[in-house]
Design a protein around this ligand. Structure first.
Ligand SMILES: Nc1ncnc2c1ncn2[C@@H]1O[C@H](COP(=O)(O)OP(=O)(O)OP(=O)(O)O)[C@@H](O)[C@H]1O
Length: 253
């Protein structure tokens, strides 16, 4: 049997009186896009923050490649091969795409006479161009500040950066929430490309048709619990909504 890249077992997280996660079981297999869905407040963001090392759980177990791990910080999760794209994208608005891919990991070459190191912009741009080509990302220009790109292109830069550095899994938090139809399709194509290049993807989305379009598996959270793990080929949008809302949706007449 194939080993999960990541497995979260019986994860619990409480904020004061709020039980945000009440025993969540979640896994990510190699080469898949798994959609994480649930109604508002179901616990999706809390789970992703825990799996990204940005929050800690009260009890439960986290395994990477079958081995127990503890993420004390986002850095620990990064070192384990995970990367997360939050909705704020965390790009440096004034820098070009290439330097955003290398943000915090800038390439430096030694300066004249071996003095202070200087940014190796040429190599960063060459390598970034290769990454964008591999992922099928076409930017209007490599030489502009990312702030001048469209929302979809900025999202693509942020996803490319995550995919470039994450060996195992990229988490995407509502990547298309603010995008129009065409840009949404491009970001979904990129999401599939990331998977096809060998990095699994966890996609948080409220857009059920989109989930059915791209996901290989759908994990449903309801009120902080894992309630279903579904094959998108076997279900409809209505089925997903019913799972998220405990079967309380009214039947259409
Ligand atoms: N830092 C916090 N302090 C207090 N309560 C929190 C905190 N973070 C999350 N919660 C609560 O935990 C529950 C789960 O929230 P979470 O944001 O994980 O849900 P979600 O599924 O991501 O929702 P949405 O789709 O609205 O983003 C909610 O009741 C929320 O109010």
């Amino acid at each position: 049997m194939t080993q999960p890249l990541l497995e979260a077992r019986n994860i619990r997280r409480t904020f004061g009186h709020v039980q945000a996660l009440r025993g969540v079981d979640f896994k990510v297999m190699p080469g898949e896009i798994v959609a994480l869905i649930g109604d508002n407040g179901a616990g999706k963001s809390t789970l992703v923050k825990i799996l990204s090392g940005a929050d800690q759980f009260d009890s439960g177990e986290l395994l990477i490649d079958g081995k127990p791990v503890h993420f004390g910080s986002p850095r620990d999760a990064q070192d384990a091969g995970l990367a997360t794209v939050y909705q704020d994208l965390a790009l440096a608005p004034d820098l070009p795409p290439a330097e955003n891919l290398y943000l915090g990991r800038e390439l430096v070459r030694s300066g004249l006479l071996g003095r202070l190191g200087v940014l190796d912009r040429v190599t960063m741009r060459e390598r970034a161009a290769k990454v964008f080509t591999e992922l099928g990302v076409k930017l209007k220009s490599q030489n502009v500040a990312v702030d001048t790109l469209s929302g979809g292109q900025r999202q693509s830069v942020a996803i490319s950066r995550a995919a470039m550095w994450a060996e195992k899994i990229v988490f995407l938090d509502e990547p298309t929430a603010a995008l129009g139809v065409v840009q949404t399709e491009r970001v979904l194509e990129l999401t599939k490309r990331v998977r096809d290049n060998g990095t699994s993807v966890v996609l948080i989305s409220h857009n059920m048709p989109q989930v059915l379009e791209v996901a290989d598996r759908v994990h449903v959270l309801r009120l902080g619990q894992s309630v279903a793990d579904l094959n998108p080929k076997d279900v409809t949008v209505n089925d997903l909504v019913r799972e998220m809302t405990s079967g309380t949706t009214e039947k259409q007449s």
